[in-house]
Design a protein around this ligand. Structure first.
Ligand SMILES: Cc1cc2nc3c(=O)[nH]c(=O)nc-3n(C[C@H](O)[C@H](O)[C@H](O)COP(=O)(O)OP(=O)(O)OC[C@H]3O[C@@H](n4cnc5c(N)ncnc54)[C@H](O)[C@@H]3O)c2cc1C
Ligand code: FES
Ligand code: FES
Length: 489
């Protein structure tokens, strides 16, 4: 066991034993290191002004991703390379090509958002040659600018996308070998425990150690990506003690595809799952592009989306409709249950003392089955669902409903199946008349609330209309299918 974390900050090796469990990376950078290029705009992961890069070894290779420093806890950064905007320009002051592109394309006006945009563009540039417009927009979803109108920033991304990283002008390219070796040396299976006054943070070295820690500390707060927990601290001013970080545990970050389906480790981020899910179950890939911005998708995990038990999390309705199973683990061993049974009531989940979420198994829809998920929110990007509906449909050879799973978020205190609607559909012909006939069954399944995202009436009507939309999309109406194809692009 050790009582220090180690990381590299730009070009400096840092060893810290003085870290609070909920000290944010942003506070560390700005207050302790005076690296004030990283800005605080919203302190909740929305605006991207605090964007920095975090590099870590993934399967032995150094990979960098953008994160929101405002909600990322410092204690979760052991064995990483933190790169802030101050690291980009050369020692003689000449700008990095990403910065130069922002100047050339007039991508900055008041400048407050600029360091965050530069870091997001840098993250994109490191991984993508000549990115498509859609890819650029996805990379910038989590950055807000109230001055420029975005077009000049997109142009900057296009301009710099033609230049490839080279050790001549890119610090990360130059340092790659050295940083990789240092990060490798920092990795180890030891559990780290850091105490600061009464407060403690724990970084278990392995999943087995995590189970031991939670057996001893069942009330500890587990933190994966911190995209929910971070806001408990920055917005609700909650004090959490002790905190157990799990975002570094590679055993929880595996994603395995078999003939039956996909097993997703609880620590797999949205970004890490994106390519596999887009390939295997395209509707899940599309859904992921609607969750947060790129920084949130880099940090946030599918396991965290489930574990938090929120009635408006986007993944649970989709995964419930697909018939997903959940595996929890404790020192007693694993326990598996259908995901839909995990959500008992508002704020109450079937998670026993000392258990953590280990993985999710997602069955692949059978050949000929249709699966779709619809997220309804006021904005397309960076918004929480008013409601989210998922549909899995199988028809027999007479076009009658043989399989139908419908699950909604935002319609009840938990993510929930529409059992009455399903019962009304079974065995019926899949026609507009049937879909119209069963609409009222939604009112027996759900009594939604009115809140700032939508009224109860809006939610009820929209849920019914989504069934109609699903019908139109699955019954070959060419106009509807064309619209759908456009949305996918
Ligand atoms: C700007 C922004 C936009 C967002 N947009 C969306 C959105 O569009 N749709 C959406 O659904 N969500 C959204 N979220 C919420 C959040 O990103 C997701 O819920 C995310 O999946 C949480 O995962 P995490 O790893 O960050 O969880 P954390 O914040 O680390 O943890 C969340 C909860 O789960 C628990 N937990 C985490 N992992 C485990 C585990 N393995 N075992 C047991 N308990 C665990 C934690 O103790 C905590 O209670 C957004 C958040 C932000 C900040
Ligand atoms: S300060 Fe707005 S995302 Fe971090
Ligand atoms: S340049 Fe002013 S907020 Fe973007």
């Amino acid at each position: 066991m050790t009582d220090r974390i180690r990381f590299i900050l730009n070009g400096e090796d840092v060893v810290l034993g003085d870290v609070g469990p909920t000290e944010t990376l942003l506070d560390f950078l700005r207050l302790r290191r005076r690296l004030v290029g990283t800005k605080e705009g919203c302190a909740e992961g929305d605006c991207g002004a605090c964007t920095v890069l975090v590099g870590r070894l993934v399967d032995g290779k150094l990979a960098y991703e953008t994160v929101n420093a405002c909600i990322r806890f410092l204690g979760s950064l052991n064995a990483t390379h933190i790169v802030t905007v101050e690291h980009l320009a050369a020692k003689d002051g000449s700008l990095h090509p990403v910065q130069q592109a922002m100047v050339d394309c007039h991508g900055s006006q008041c400048g407050f958002c600029t360091p965050g945009f530069v870091m997001s563009l840098y993250g994109l540039w490191l991984t993508s040659e000549r990115p498509s417009r859609a890819k650029i927009e996805r990379a910038l979803q989590g950055n807000l600018c109230r001055c420029t109108g975005y077009e000049p920033i997109v142009k900057a991304a296009e301009q710099v996308g033609a230049i490839r990283p080279s050790a001549l002008f890119d610090p990360l390219e130059r340092e790659r070998g050295e940083i990789s070796a240092k990060l490798f040396a920092m990795q180890g299976g030891d559990t780290i425990v850091i105490s600061k006054g009464e407060q403690r943070l724990i970084i278990p070295g392995t999943v087995a150690a995590l189970a031991d820690v939670l057996a001893e500390e069942p009330n500890a707060t587990v933190v994966a990506g911190a995209t929910d927990v971070g806001l408990w601290v920055t917005k609700q001013m909650r004090e959490l003690n002790p905190v157990v970080f799990i975002n570094h545990l590679s055993e929880l970050q595996r994603i395995t595809v078999t003939e039956d389906g996909i097993t997703i480790g609880a620590g797999v981020s949205y970004a890490a799952a994106f390519d596999v899910l887009r390939q295997e179950i395209p509707a899940l890939g599309r859904l992921i592009t609607r969750i947060g911005g790129q920084q949130v998708r880099n940090m946030g995990t599918i396991g965290g989306n489930i574990a938090n038990g929120s009635p408006i999390g986007d993944m649970p309705p989709a995964l419930i409709a697909l018939g997903a199973g959940l595996t929890l683990r404790s020192v007693e061993g694993p326990r598996t249950l259908p995901l839909q049974d995990y959500f008992i009531a508002y704020g109450k989940q079937d998670r026993r003392e000392g258990e953590f979420v280990e993985s999710i198994f997602v069955p692949r829809p059978e050949d000929g089955q249709h699966f779709q998920v619809y997220k309804i929110s006021k904005r397309r990007d960076e918004d929480i669902s008013a409601l989210c509906g998922a549909f899995l449909l199988g028809l027999d050879q007479d076009n009658r409903v043989e399989t139908i799973h419908i699950a909604f978020g935002g319609m009840a205190a938990t993510p929930k199946r529409a059992r009455e609607v399903e019962a009304a559909l079974y065995g019926k012909p899949w026609t507009e008349a049937t879909v119209t006939e069963v609409r009222d069954a939604f009112d027996r399944d759900f009594t939604p609330l009115t809140d700032w995202r939508a009224t109860a009436e809006y939610r009820s009507l929209t849920a019914k209309n989504l069934l109609t939309r699903f019908f139109l999309e699955t019954s070959g109406n060419p106009q509807e299918l064309k619209r759908f194809a456009l949305e996918e692009a």
